[in-house]
Design a protein around this ligand. Structure first.
Ligand SMILES: Cc1cc2nc3c(=O)[nH]c(=O)nc-3n(C[C@H](O)[C@H](O)[C@H](O)COP(=O)(O)OP(=O)(O)OC[C@H]3O[C@@H](n4cnc5c(N)ncnc54)[C@H](O)[C@@H]3O)c2cc1C
Length: 343
């Protein structure tokens, strides 16, 4: 089959690579080049821990995919430092891991191997032993290498159904294909709407900040939703660098607030948090990573299909990338229901 994949973020690249493995004729189109929008940056959290047993199972499948990719890439694409979860979600996520039969430990603040740069650790923590941090640049390079000449720089302007297939209008000319995968991140909704697929349109601002840390030894990835404290996710973003994403209240990162004001408010909240709660982390921002997210989506992912077009959307997709690639390649070529939600 001839397949056009729109988007060379981690999801489009993983899907295009899986389609090539299945022997299809693939072109993967991106307006900015690979890994340039939501997939940019040096690291992401990998975790099995989720708020449903179904997502824990899917993350476990993704973990097996990451192991395969690491072997093929000749280097570990996940730093297996573990992932800690604390606060309001810890007990709920523990129950989901138990139901899915996934490995985890319950640890306390005095655990000698805690590996968090904190002044005072939360009382109870879920240790997701299979979690860690994804080496995103290596993952992107590995996928780009697999795609070779299938990858093209081009803006996709319009999509139209033609006979039993599709026509893709791009800055690099017209592409006719038997099937089209729309994996365009923030660009998915306007393209999908042209072909009768409706995906959420309400965006929010999100930004994470990187700080210098003097803490030696491997630090674990961490998601903390302790009541009364800024909700955060945190992990190592390279040697001596600790990154903190704050999840402030929805009003301060709403789309209407504007990027500058949302970044300012997030920076203020995160720097205050670092100063007050972290130990061995210098509260001066070294780097910030901005992206749009979709309001109220959370974990999980969603497939929508209409004729030759399949669209995918979701937040926090990086950790699922190997699984998503395989699932989407099959959905696009063998067909899927018009709407499938993995939650
Ligand atoms: C700060 C931050 C922290 C995160 N933390 C985590 C985490 O810890 N764990 C995790 O699993 N996930 C995390 N995520 C989310 C994860 O990174 C994203 O969900 C994932 O990278 C999305 O990949 P994607 O391929 O769907 O989208 P993208 O990477 O945005 O790729 C879409 C591509 O489509 C292209 N495109 C769009 N429109 C068009 C068009 N019209 N024509 C041509 N090309 C087009 C864009 O240029 C882009 O390259 C985080 C994201 C950010 C930004």
């Amino acid at each position: 089959m001839k397949v056009a994949v729109i988007g060379a973020g981690v999801v489009g690249l993983a899907s295009a690579a899986a389609l090539l493995d299945q022997g299809h004729d693939v072109v993967c189109l991106d307006r900015l080049g690979p890994m340039a929008e939501r997939s940019t940056g040096v690291s992401r959290i990998f975790r099995l821990a989720h708020g449903s047993a179904a997502l824990v199972d899917l993350a476990r499948e993704a973990g097996a995919g990451w192991a395969r990719w690491s072997e093929a890439a000749g280097r570990p694409l996940i730093r297996d430092v573990g992932c800690l979860v604390s606060g309001a979600i810890a007990l709920e996520w523990m129950a989901c891991m138990g139901k899915a039969g996934a490995p985890y430990e319950v640890v306390g603040p005095d655990w000698p191997e805690l590996g968090l740069p904190v002044r005072k650790a939360p009382g109870v923590l879920l240790h997701d032993v299979a979690g860690g941090a994804i080496e995103t640049v290596s993952a992107g390079n590995y996928l780009v290498g697999r795609l070779g000449r299938s990858l093209r720089d081009a803006v996709v302007y319009a999509l139209e159904e033609r006979g039993s297939g599709a026509r893709v209008h791009t800055s690099d000319g017209l592409f006719d294909a038997d099937a089209v995968l729309i994996a365009a991140g923030a660009g998915t909704s306007p393209l999908a709407a042209q072909v009768g697929i409706y995906t959420p349109t309400v965006l929010e601002h999100h930004v994470r900040f990187t700080f210098a840390t003097s803490r030696g030894g491997p630090l674990r990835s961490w998601i903390d939703e302790t009541p009364g404290v800024l909700s955060t996710y945190q992990h190592m973003a390279g040697p001596g660098r600790w990154t903190v994403g704050g999840l402030p209240d929805a009003a301060s990162v709403a789309w209407e607030v504007g990027r500058d004001e949302a970044v300012r408010a997030s920076r203020e909240a995160v720097v205050d948090y670092v100063r007050e709660h972290l130990d061995g982390v210098e509260p001066t921002v070294l780097d910030e990573l901005y992206c749009t997210t979709m309001a109220e989506l959370g974990d999980g992912f969603h497939l929508r299909r209409n004729g030759p077009f399949t669209a995918v959307y979701g937040d926090n997709l990086f950790k699922f990338a190997p699984l998503l690639g395989d699932l989407l390649a099959t959905a696009v070529t063998a067909g899927t229901d018009d709407a499938v939600d993995y939650m």
